[in-house]
Ligand binder design. Structure first.
Ligand SMILES: [Zn+2]
Ligand SMILES: [Zn+2]
Length: 366
């Protein structure tokens, strides 16, 4: 019994996940306590570098592995692809090809037994446990589009060398440049890898546990600002699971989504293009559906909520169409369209107010 359980464990990954932080912490503490060959400035400088490197590593995963390769939510210039693949190698999360392929399976079979990191198997399993089993680690790669990408294929074929070079050797050299190679290796190498990994792992665990479900109540994926802060914007996970092709996870400008802002910045300097977004009328439709779900079988829904919801969605779709026309219009048409857009905006605001009142009334009626 015990023997068959042990056989299921993927020891290379398991030992790495445990030993990397353990050895790093022990080495760091011993060195700081018993050695006098370092200065406070070196510790602070290398820690600052590790923090910046850690953020960049996470962004290369969220912006690269996730939104670019797994979901194709925008197109990247080869230079940006090169940068993303280079930095992400140091995250020790597998190649972009394998990561994106597994992630597509996660979306396709979400919350079922076929989901490689299903939250239905518990927090620990979704967070890290799944990686410790052969069954999940050795899922076959099914991403023919990515296999054709030469840069992605190169990273996959030489993954281990790339990972060690970027994950450990580069921090070692950076540390040496700052006067202490060992601190570079331990803080910007081992500990930074641990920090980066935990941030990504929270997307599979906490993002499916904490928060609200404003767009799809049937999904375990949730929207949470707290998780977004931990995961560089991936915490708006309910929206993401509902509209996975959208390059944004936090759709409002103020939603904490550094990954979205990085993609926008890349587009601004010509390194990204064709940023895909879902029409706001579609998003509104999903939101209204969730808000009125409990009243769906009532007469009040049929008579009041349903017609108002249709009107709101239609007005939203109309304003989006007009905005598109407005961006291409010339001369007098610009003024006509501007006026029409302003009028519909007022109409939408008033319809939204009516919606909120009707929802409150519906709640009082049950
Ligand atoms: Zn998910
Ligand atoms: Zn995703």
């Amino acid at each position: 019994m015990m023997k068959s359980k042990l056989k299921k464990i993927c020891w290379s990954v398991t030992l790495f996940l445990i030993l990397n932080p353990l050895i790093s912490v022990v080495l760091l503490v011993l060195y700081l306590v018993f050695s006098s060959a370092y200065s406070l400035n070196q510790v602070l400088g290398i820690s600052a570098f590790a923090l910046v490197f850690s953020v960049l590593t996470n962004l290369s995963i969220t912006m690269g592995f996730h939104r670019l390769y797994a979901h194709k939510s925008y197109e990247a210039h080869p230079l940006l692809e090169w940068i993303l693949l280079f930095i992400s190698s140091g995250a020790f999360q597998g190649s972009a090809l394998k990561w994106a392929s597994d992630h597509r399976v996660h979306h396709k079979y979400e919350d079922t037994d076929k989901d490689p990191y299903s939250i239905k198997k518990g927090f620990w399993y979704a967070h890290m446990g799944w990686m410790m089993l052969h069954q999940a680690v050795s899922l076959p790669i099914r991403a023919p589009d990515l296999e054709k990408n030469k840069l992605v294929k190169f990273q996959h074929d030489y993954y281990l060398i790339c990972a060690i070079a970027v994950g450990y050797i580069l921090p070692l050299f950076a540390g040496a440049l700052m006067g202490n190679a060992l601190l570079g290796l331990v803080i910007a190498g081992g500990l930074r890898i641990f920090l980066t990994q935990q941030s990504t792992f929270f997307v599979n665990s906490l993002s499916h546990m904490l928060g609200k479900t404003p767009y799809a109540v049937e999904k375990t994926a949730k929207d949470s600002l707290f998780v977004a802060l931990l995961t560089h914007g991936e915490g708006y996970h309910n929206f993401h699971h509902k509209f996975q092709m959208d390059y944004r996870n936090g759709i409002r400008w103020y939603h904490w989504d550094p990954t979205k802002w990085s993609i926008q910045l890349a587009a601004l300097i010509g390194l990204a293009k064709k940023l895909r977004t879902v029409q706001f009328s579609e998003i509104l439709k999903a939101k209204l559906e969730v808000e009125s779900l409990k009243f769906k079988n009532s007469l009040f829904y049929k008579e009041k909520l349903e017609p108002l919801s249709k009107k709101l969605i239609e007005s939203q779709a109309r304003i989006e169409k007009l905005k598109k026309e407005y961006s291409q219009a010339k001369d007098q048409k610009v003024f006509d369209l501007k006026a029409e857009i302003e009028l519909i905006k007022i109409e939408i605001q008033s319809l939204k107010k009516s919606w909120r009142v009707l929802i409150r009334v519906a709640q009082l009626r049950i």
